[in-house]
Design a protein around this ligand. Structure first.
Ligand SMILES: C[S@@+](CC[C@H](N)C(=O)[O-])C[C@H]1O[C@@H](n2cnc3c(N)ncnc32)[C@H](O)[C@@H]1O
Length: 325
C-alpha cells in the first residue's frame, strides 16, 4: 500500500530530540495473528495528543479499596463519569446518593473537592454488613474519608452527611456545585426509600423529636430522577454538569423517556447494555439557563417505558443478573 506523496511534506524543521509535535503511523493488519496479510488493511496517521490513562483503572481498583459496598461503582466507570462532569482542579463536586463514595474518589483524583449524602446511616458509619465474603465485621475506620486518604486525596474531602436526597430544605438556596455526579438507586436489591409517612396527619411532637428515627416510604423511580434534576437545576453553577445513570427497558426506550428540566440541556447519552431486556444510560446534562422561582419543581419524566411497573419487576423478569445494582 503506498502513501500519498505529500503526506510528510511538512514545512518546518524536524527536531527529533525535542519536538513540538509528535506524529505516529499505525498499520492495521486485522485480528488474525496466525496468518496476517502481507500488507496492512489500513494505515492511520495522526498527531499525539495525550497518553491514555488506563493504568488508573488498576490504581483505583475496587479489590484494593479500603471501604466498599455491594453497589460500589467500578474505577473505570467512575473515572468516565468524572470526565463527563468535566471535573477539574478546585471543582466543587456533590454526590447525593454517595454510598461508599467511589465516584468521589475519581472526582478527587481529577482535582475536585468532594461531598455527598446518603440515607443509609449504617453504611456511612461502618455498621452495615461487610461486602467482602471473607470479612465478618466492618473495620471501625471504613469510611469515604479513609478511601480518599488511601490514595493521598484526603485534603479533597469536604464532608459526608446522612440525609434524604428527596428533601432539599437543608441547603442554602443558591447555585454552588460545579458538578453533581451520581448513581441513584434503581430499587433492585431492595426498594429505594425516602423519609415519609403513609398517613397525612402524622407529625412528631417536640418532646419525642430527640432520637426520633423517621419512618420511610417507597421512593418511586420517577420521583428519584425528578428530584435529582430539580436539585441540579437549582444548585448547579451556570454551565455546571449533572452526570447520572438512568435504567431503561431496551424494548421501549426512546430519548423522550429521559427526564427533562427547562434549565438543563442534554449533553451526552451513552448506553451500557446490562442484558437483552435492560440497559442503563449514562446521561450528562448541562445547566444553561438561570434558575428562577417559576422553575421550581418543573422536572418531568415519562415513565411509560417501565409499563408503569417498578424497574425491579422488569429486571427480575429477565433472570440474567447485573452484578452491581
Ligand atoms: C447505587 S448506590 C450508590 C453507590 C455509590 N455510587 C458507590 O460507589 O458506593 C445508591 C445509594 O443511594 C442511597 N439512597 C437510597 N435512597 C436514598 C435517599 N432517599 N437519599 C439519599 N440516598 C439514598 C442508598 O443507600 C445507596 O447507598
Amino acid at each position: 500500500m503506498s502513501l500519498p506523496e505529500d503526506i510528510f511534506s511538512f514545512k518546518g524543521k524536524v527536531n527529533l530530540k525535542n519536538p513540538d509535535n509528535t506524529f505516529g503511523l499505525l498499520e492495521y493488519y486485522g485480528a488474525n495473528k496466525t496468518e496476517p496479510p502481507d500488507k496492512p488493511f489500513k494505515i492511520y496517521f495522526g498527531r499525539w495528543i495525550a497518553d491514555g490513562q488506563r493504568d488508573l483503572i488498576q490504581q483505583f481498583h475496587l479489590t484494593k479499596r479500603h471501604f466498599i459496598g455491594n453497589t460500589s461503582m467500578d474505577a473505570g466507570l467512575s473515572l468516565i463519569m468524572s470526565n463527563l462532569g468535566q471535573v477539574k482542579q478546585n471543582s466543587f463536586v456533590f454526590d447525593p446518593f454517595v454510598g461508599t463514595g467511589s465516584l468521589l474518589v475519581a472526582c478527587a483524583h481529577h482535582g475536585g473537592y468532594v461531598m455527598g449524602t446518603d440515607i443509609d446511616y449504617l453504611l456511612l458509619h461502618a455498621k452495615a454488613r461487610p461486602s467482602r465474603h471473607n470479612q465478618k465485621q466492618r473495620l471501625a475506620d471504613e469510611s469515604i474519608q479513609s478511601n480518599l486518604s488511601q490514595y493521598g486525596l484526603g485534603h479533597h474531602y469536604l464532608d459526608i452527611l446522612v440525609a434524604d436526597s428527596s428533601k432539599h430544605k437543608m441547603w442554602r438556596c443558591q447555585p454552588m456545585f460545579d458538578a453533581i455526579i451520581t448513581d441513584p438507586p434503581y430499587g433492585i436489591r431492595e426498594g429505594a426509600k425516602r423519609i415519609g409517612t403513609e398517613k397525612d396527619d402524622c407529625f412528631v411532637t417536640d418532646d419525642v423529636k430527640n432520637g426520633h428515627i423517621p419512618q420511610r416510604v417507597e421512593y418511586q423511580m420517577a420521583d428519584i430522577f425528578k428530584d435529582l434534576l430539580n436539585f441540579a437545576a437549582r444548585f448547579l453553577n451556570m454551565n455546571g454538569r449533572v452526570v447520572f445513570w438512568f435504567p431503561v427497558s431496551r424494548e421501549s426506550y426512546t430519548e423522550e423517556n429521559l427526564p427533562t428540566h427547562p434549565c438543563l440541556r442534554l449533553d451526552s447519552n451513552c448506553e451500557q447494555t446490562l442484558s437483552t431486556r435492560i440497559s442503563r444510560r449514562l446521561i450528562t446534562m448541562v445547566k444553561y439557563k438561570e434558575f428562577k422561582d417559576e422553575d421550581m419543581g418543573t422536572a418531568e419524566i415519562s415513565v411509560d417505558h417501565y409499563d408503569n411497573k417498578p424497574f425491579r419487576d422488569l429486571y427480575f423478569k429477565n433472570h440474567r443478573a447485573i452484578h452491581n445494582q
